[in-house]
Design a protein around this ligand. Structure first.
Ligand SMILES: *Cc1c(COP(=O)(O)O)cnc(C)c1O
Length: 393
């Protein structure tokens, strides 16, 4: 396959901050345009049956999407990238590697839509899911049997900011010959590169930090292994949940500033987390940069910084107080999603995690007063003043 194979690319040796701009990219062969053109076409002319230039039909291949897929592969230090119409479509493709009777071990604190896909769609096709705490990686071994085919990890988890040791999980997966997939949406490759830590598959909701501007919905998978890539390409083409060329272009443009956006997200995230922790009306603040965070040491080892996602609860888990804060925010917008340049606030229990039963979500800490912030890249002083007025009001 001529596409999406970065094994021999010159971008292998680039540093991360260069890869975001040039990784996997080639000059446009038609007119040398510096930015990849938007090939808004479904089909490609053939000179004779089978006589094409590598492109036949855009579900299978599209030059703009291929440029993006190469960028995905490059920034995650993978060899092969695949782009999908949403993060969930990317996860859907991974689970389609499995068959009836196969078992999956997943983190218990995970994106609500992933939980819904696993339990409401794939369970009825006979795939068995175990949702477990993985903060202590050795717990995973208790759930492994001969049918276990996949370990699904989110780290930091959503919205509790638990940290899972990817290296330790990868060594358990290798020992038992199980695939390890990591949802790297929260961290992005700026903060952590799961393939380098031993994972087999990295997944992204590129809707979030990779796109970075809250203007598209998209998913990504990145792998190193050629056979695994071929199996996923087969599913991508056969199931057809691809993204269009216009969105591929927007995501490529987003990735070019990923490193500088992430740097600011991390700075602002730290300032916001520290402000909240010092406020008497706030009970708990979840952010992996605190030394008191239970897996701070692992976060420090596997991540280069701690990101822009911060969750917190009000004193006495006061629901009315939490709603008052959310409604009083003026710069933070109350909205689903995360990872854009603008700051967002969310209420997981009624929004992103409403599809998880109350008893299940409260077991993992998603209580009624929990607020999740996606700290944007605005001025730090304005963000803190906004939180202060909403909390003190
Ligand atoms: C948003 C999100 C998803 C789902 O991605 P979509 O692009 O919304 O389909 C999966 N995992 C995490 C961690 C997310 O935040």
């Amino acid at each position: 396959m001529p596409f999406n194979d970065l094994r021999f690319s010159k971008s292998k040796t680039m540093k991360f901050n260069t890869k975001t701009i040039h990784g996997g990219q080639e000059d446009d062969p038609a007119y040398g345009s510096v930015m990849p053109p938007i090939y808004q076409t479904s089909t490609y002319a053939q000179s004779t049956p089978g006589g094409h230039k590598g492109y036949e039909y855009s579900r299978t291949h599209n030059p703009t999407r291929n440029a993006l897929e190469n960028a995905f592969a490059s920034i995650e230090n993978g060899n092969h990238g695949l782009a999908f119409g949403s993060g969930l479509a990317a996860i859907d493709a991974v689970i389609k590697l499995l068959q009836l009777g196969d078992e999956v071990i997943s983190t218990n604190d995970l994106y609500g839509g992933s939980y819904r896909l696993f339990t409401s769609i794939f369970k009825k096709f006979g795939i068995i899911f175990h949702f477990i705490g993985m903060e202590n990686a050795s717990n995973i071994e208790n759930y492994i049997n001969e049918n276990t085919k996949l370990i699904w990890v989110e780290t930091p988890t959503n919205p509790m900011m638990n940290i899972i040791d990817v290296k330790a999980t990868a060594s358990i997966a290798k020992k038992h010959n199980i695939l390890l997939a990591v949802d790297n949406t929260f961290a992005t490759p700026y903060l952590q590169r799961p393939l380098d830590l031993g994972a087999d598959i990295v997944m992204h909701s590129a809707t979030k930090y990779l796109g970075g501007h809250s203007d598209l919905v998209m998913g990504a998978l990145i792998v190193k292994d050629k056979d695994l890539a071929d199996r996923l390409y087969f599913i991508q083409n056969a199931s057809g949940a691809v993204c269009g060329p216009q969105d591929s272009f927007l995501a490529l443009r987003g990735i070019k500033t990923l490193h500088i956006r992430m740097q600011r997200h991390c700075e602002n995230g730290k300032a916001v987390a520290e402000f909240l922790a010092s406020h008497p009306k706030i009970e708990k603040v979840y952010w992996p940069g605190f030394e008191s965070h239970p897996n701070h040491d692992i976060a420090k080892e596997q991540m280069t910084d701690f990101g822009g996602m911060v969750s917190f609860t009000t004193n006495g888990n006061n629901y009315e107080e939490a709603i008052k804060i959310i409604e009083g925010l003026k710069i933070f917008t109350l909205a689903e999603s995360l990872g854009g340049v603008e700051s967002l606030a969310g209420h997981p229990a009624s929004m992103t995690h409403a599809s998880i039963p109350k008893e299940e979500r409260e077991k993992t800490g998603v209580v009624d007063s929990l607020i999740r912030l996606s700290v944007g890249i605005e001025d730090e002083d304005d963000l803190i003043a906004d939180l202060k007025q909403a909390i003190d009001d």
